[in-house]
Design a protein around this ligand. Structure first.
Ligand SMILES: [Zn+2]
Ligand SMILES: [Zn+2]
Length: 302
């Protein structure tokens, strides 16, 4: 059930550093091949393959460019634009925990406030917190075939942008096929190495490496639960727990656009109100859902 969760599917699609960096630029309004190339300093063949990948999943559409210097334009489709919520939550998490100052900020509508996104439950309007959500298998739980497709290796080069930058840390976290899935286990109460390995079906060296990374990023702390032989379990820190709304947004995105036949593999219940969880992302200041067209960039720091 957990293995089949939609986080897995999402990472099949976007769990790659360059893919994330391209999506980030696309959300900021960039759509020409040459501009992507220049902004990201990405090898042309790599850019080409990542763009094709995003076109294949219908996140970008490719059209002939009116600009004589460009062959094609790559624009976000409705599916791509629908990642806006997830991106807002990811950047807000980064702002809280990684501390990159915004050199530009997203201003809400024609107001004077910076968007502070928060996920609330659609039913009771309470902010969504990890410990307020329980889970059980959904109707599609047995139908998801685990993809065995190998992911290409992540590039170590660091794409960077001057505006609303993505930190290395966020790229390390989300631009990887496995790290978010290992972190997500914490939300299911799976804390021990053997249980993690069994749940994800991961080679032990990969799991060891990702746990090491997650501890280094202070997403997990290690606790000894047995001394002879020594055994440790991994518990989410506040920083790790705070990733929860973003992972929910990502999961909802997958379930909207690539629904599992028969229904979602995993159902989440918001325990304070007892309803199936549907998170919506609102601006904390004016308490209305944030839409991609509702924001503008400013040069002033947040
Ligand atoms: Zn609720
Ligand atoms: Zn607002």
């Amino acid at each position: 059930m957990i293995r089949a969760s939609s986080v897995n599917t999402a990472l099949e699609i976007i769990g790659d550093r360059w893919t994330l960096a391209i999506l980030h630029q696309a959300l900021l309004g960039i759509h020409g091949f040459e501009i992507f190339q220049r902004e990201l300093k990405i090898p042309r063949s790599t850019l080409s393959s990542r763009l094709s990948h995003l076109v294949k999943f219908n996140i970008l559409s490719r059209t002939s460019s009116p600009d004589p210097d460009q062959r094609y334009d790559y624009r976000l489709t409705a599916t791509g634009i629908d990642l806006f919520d997830t991106a807002l939550l990811a950047l807000a998490w980064q702002k809280r925990w990684v501390g990159i100052p915004y050199q530009a900020a997203l201003i809400h509508r024609n107001s004077d406030h910076v968007i502070d996104p928060v996920m609330i439950c659609e039913h009771c309007q309470d902010p969504v917190k990890a410990h307020d959500v329980s889970f059980h298998p959904g109707p599609g739980a047995s139908r998801v075939e685990r993809s065995r497709k190998r992911r290409r290796r992540s590039s170590s080069a660091a794409p960077q942008s001057d505006i609303l930058p993505i930190s290395e840390e966020l790229l390390d976290l989300l631009g990887d096929r496995w790290t978010p899935q290992v972190v997500a286990l914490g939300f299911f109460g799976i804390r021990r190495f053997d249980d993690m390995q069994e749940t994800l079906g991961l080679a032990s060296n990969i799991l060891t490496d990702r746990l090491k990374r997650a501890v280094k990023m202070k997403l997990f702390t290690q606790h000894v639960y047995q001394t002879r032989p020594a055994r440790k379990e991994y518990r989410l820190t506040e920083k790790g727990l705070d990733l929860y709304p973003m992972l929910v947004a990502l999961t909802q995105w997958v379930d909207r656009w690539w629904p599992t036949p028969g229904g979602p593999p995993l159902l989440l219940k918001h325990t304070p109100c007892g309803n199936q969880l549907r998170g919506i992302v609102i601006c904390e200041t004016c308490q209305v859902p944030v839409k991609p067209g509702d924001s503008r960039l400013t040069d002033s720091a947040a």
